[in-house]
Design a protein around this ligand. Structure first.
Ligand SMILES: [Mg+2]
Length: 400
């Protein structure tokens, strides 16, 4: 495909371009990890892709794409800046790339040095990390949050040289569209856990699922079909293409009603939200099976589970770790774990790990003092950094 002449005339064209870059990135990552010289034609393709994004109408990062006669404003900061970083990384020495990152991240080298010290004192063989906002820069649209080359190389080195198990645990689904679709790392290095750990791909490429009661699964399938039908209406199609999009997770469904750039007029977002509530009420009138959480951006419809005391509760990432620890197994109680996250929803990973062993270290990507305090109260053995790029650089450095 000669992408030089590609003309983006819909959101689908945009996503196709991003997926095209994913395949190129994956092949380059493989070359780098195998110490092969990187093919310059491949780098040129990434440069072409960046140029296409830069040339879209709009300003530096806020671009406009026409989608079925609707002008959709997209903030492409992630897509553009990650491609820029990758191209710089490929054309320069690693030390120069660190300088590049230090211009984007205040206090970069100090955080790296302290982080390296912290990890040297906590050589636990399980690394369990959230993805978005933790080891991957945050992107406004899940469906184009393709991993960067430098990111995949740094994380892969850690997985190869420093850990027995490197688990990426996210709330997004594994596939269609999910964690695996966004990854450009080589196969067989990571354990990818989607849907908060209810489904995972092991290092031998086998998928595993936490079993869900078939009656409950039917309810969720029915809901997903109804949402599919709703999204077939032209007026609602857009909700599958913005923000988190439509994610059929295992045990949970996410549908965007807005994105962080407020692309959708508030009244249309509200009316779509009400349509979804009506659907859930219609499918589960007694509210026995499904609970709804609205973040203002995403509507999360969660299949209720029963905890040890048979009370209904939402499945969290701590439950995910329990499942992985038992099934893989991770042997957290013997090997310990380094837990990485960036939000409150990652805290259950830490509480679960610390119940098993005191060999736990936490690295969180946050500038939020309240969150830091909560983490410190659960695990005093903690370290904080200000961006995902700093965390992945520490993980790269620890292998040297
Ligand atoms: Mg996160």
């Amino acid at each position: 495909m000669d992408i030089k002449y590609l003309n983006i005339t819909s959101l689908n064209d945009f996503y196709n371009l991003m997926f095209y870059t994913r395949d190129i990135k994956k092949s380059i990552v493989n070359d780098i990890l195998n110490n092969k010289i990187c093919n310059t034609e491949m780098i040129d393709l990434l440069i072409d892709a960046l140029e296409i994004l830069n040339n879209l109408p709009g300003n530096q990062y806020e671009k406009i794409i026409n989608h079925h006669n609707t002008q959709v404003k997209l903030n492409l900061f992630y897509e553009i800046s990650e491609l820029q970083k990758d191209i710089y990384y490929l054309l320069h020495k690693e030390q120069d790339f660190y300088e590049y990152l230090s211009n984007l991240n205040p206090n970069f080298f100090k955080q790296i040095a302290d982080g390296k010290d912290f990890l040297s004192n906590n050589k636990f063989k399980n690394l369990i990390s959230d993805r978005d906002g933790t080891v991957n820069n945050y992107c406004g649209r899940y469906n184009s949050s393709i991993q960067s080359i430098y990111n995949a190389v740094f994380l892969s080195r850690y997985a190869i040289y420093s850990a027995d198990n490197t688990v990426i645990l996210t709330s997004a689904p594994l596939k269609n569209v999910g964690l695996l679709d966004m990854s450009v790392s080589p196969d067989n290095l990571f354990i990818y856990a989607g849907s908060k750990g209810r489904e995972y791909l092991d290092k031998n490429n086998n998928k595993h699922y936490l079993s869900i009661d078939s009656e409950k699964q039917k309810i969720l399938d029915k809901l997903n079909n109804e949402i599919d039908n709703l999204l077939n209406n032209e007026e609602y199609q857009i909700f599958a293409l913005i923000g988190s999009g439509f994610q059929k997770k295992f045990g949970q469904t996410t549908i965007a009603r807005q994105d962080i750039y407020n692309s959708i007029p508030p009244d249309i977002s509200e009316s779509f939200f009400n349509q979804i509530i009506n659907l859930v009420n219609y499918i589960d009138p007694t509210k026995k099976y499904l609970s709804i959480e609205d973040t203002g951006l995403d509507i999360e419809i969660i299949l209720n589970i029963n905890n040890e005391d048979n009370e209904l509760k939402d499945f969290d990432k701590g439950d995910g770790i329990e499942f992985l620890d038992r099934n893989i197994p991770l042997n957290i109680n013997e090997l310990g774990a380094i837990i990485c996250g960036d939000t409150k929803s990652d805290i259950p990973m830490l509480t679960t790990a610390i119940k098993k062993t005191n060999k736990v270290a936490a690295i969180f990507v946050t500038n939020d003092d309240n969150l830091k305090e909560s983490i410190n109260n659960i695990c005093a053995n903690s370290y904080f950094v200000s961006s995902p790029d700093i965390l992945v650089t520490i993980l790269n450095e620890i292998n040297k």
